[in-house]
Ligand binder design. Structure first.
Ligand code: PLP
Length: 415
């Protein structure tokens, strides 16, 4: 740790919450250099949905490396990319009757968001975009301008010109319908809202505190987008790739986004990769208009292709539903057992939050959990929401063990 503290920039973050040097990882387990074992309820912020060193995905990548497969290819065609596109079409797009063009962007979520905004603004020939309170879309220029949390914002970093924030579902409590509020801004010529090219949102705000939008709200938003000719961009970077139980978070909710951003777990192995999915008529890019040196990460394509096997059957979806029930039940039990927490439970699939009344208390529980061998992140603008994001493939026993560690940690802290 000495070199980290002495040499690594002050911008470092997770190493402060999880002060160990990790050396080995398998599935939902991490081990530090002393051999201490940790259960991972964080999954690389959603980058490791299929677990650490998933054996099948690892085997495919090792085989590809051993055969001297191309690793870096910009956006030239490679056998690995062709295979990924074919399988993505067969396993994900066609069965869901989705027709999207696939854009490979620079391999971070935030770059996919930048690209999605650029193409939406270009197609609609309008600059303004609507984003939502407590949303998080990454920290580069235009993506940062959409991000709610004041911690990340500094007016000198980026301009909020051409971004209008609207209240997310439930922002004012259950009394106010925030779609009506948005509609009023669209219809009132005195509202000051420039006609938006697009609306961007997470169906479940992850960094923002695990705020789950209701299906009816999402459907009303999709209808509003149609009515006012605004593109609907779903940022599925954190809650896609099966996190909610289906491959895309919007599946079965009764609407189809115009643009979808995908990253994090798409490679299956924690390797950098990002996509923008576009309705074909929106694919109005000029060749090379949005480029990036690392758009051709072929090891990621091989991992991604192998990970798609999980979506050939419903087995993973059923396992996620089973684990989700366990998580939901145990969190509700803790909510009732420890009224001092003034806790709220929210989530879906394998993304859950335990919102604790006092952020200090949430911090203390997180730190105690880490000491007892559980990696648990916090989220929300006040950092008061304990966030549960275990690998989708976590064994039920490990999930239960992690929750027992949490229960013990809460008991230790609140007495
Ligand atoms: N969008 C969402 C919903 C995210 O959760 C994140 C990262 O947490 C991003 C975008 C940015 O992705 P990246 O950190 O890879 O730039």
């Amino acid at each position: 740790m000495d070199i980290i503290e002495r040499r690594e920039s002050a911008v470092r973050s997770y190493v402060r919450a999880f002060p160990a040097t990790f050396a080995k990882a398998q599935g939902a387990l991490l081990y530090d250099t002393s051999g201490k074992r940790y259960i991972d309820f964080f999954s690389g912020a959603g980058g490791l949905n299929y677990g650490h060193n998933n054996p099948q995905i690892k085997a495919a990548i090792m085989e590809y490396l051993a055969a001297d497969g191309v690793t870096h290819s910009l956006d030239m065609a490679t056998a690995a990319k062709v295979r990924f596109l074919e399988r993505f079409e067969q396993v994900i797009l066609q069965p869901r009757q989705l027709d999207y063009k696939v854009q490979f962007t620079g391999p971070t979520g935030t770059n996919a968001v930048e690209a999605a905004l650029k193409i939406a603004r270009k197609v609609k020939q309008r600059a303004n975009v609507v984003a939502f309170t407590n949303g998080y879309h990454g920290l580069t220029g235009s993506a940062l301008a959409l991000t709610g949390n004041a911690h990340y914002r500094n007016p000198f970093y980026t301009s909020r010109a051409n971004v209008t924030m609207m209240p997310f579902d439930g922002y004012f409590g259950s009394e106010v319908n925030t779609i009506d509020y948005f509609r009023k801004f669209l219809t009132d010529s005195g509202s000051g809202l420039d006609r938006p090219a697009a609306v961007i949102l997470e169906t479940i705000q992850a960094e923002g505190g695990i705020n789950v939008a209701r299906p009816a709200w999402l459907q009303a938003l999709a209808a509003l987008c149609q009515e006012f000719d605004m593109l609907l961009i779903v940022d599925d970077i954190q809650v896609g790739n099966g996190r909610t139980g289906r491959f895309f978070s919007f599946e079965g909710l009764g609407f189809t986004p115009d643009i979808v951003t995908v990253s994090k777990s798409i490679s299956g192995y924690g390797l950098p990769m990002a996509l923008v999915l576009l309705k074909p008529e929106l694919d109005q890019w000029l060749p090379g208009e949005h480029t990036g040196t690392f758009r051709g990460n072929n090891l990621a394509f091989v991992g991604a292709t192998e990970a798609l096997r999980y979506w050939e059957t419903d087995e993973l979806t059923h396992a996620i539903q089973r684990r989700s029930r366990l998580l939901d039940q145990r969190l509700h039990t803790m909510q009732t057992s420890y009224p001092q927490l003034e806790a709220q439970v929210r989530g879906k699939g394998l993304i859950y939050g335990l919102a604790v009344g006092d952020p200090e208390l949430a911090g203390a529980i997180g730190r105690e959990s880490f000491t007892q061998g559980l990696i648990l992140e916090r989220c929300g603008a006040e950092d008061n929401v304990l966030k549960f994001l275990p690998p989708l493939v976590i064994e039920d026993e490990l999930l239960a063990e992690g929750l027992s560690i949490l229960n013990r940690s809460i008991a230790t802290i609140v007495g």
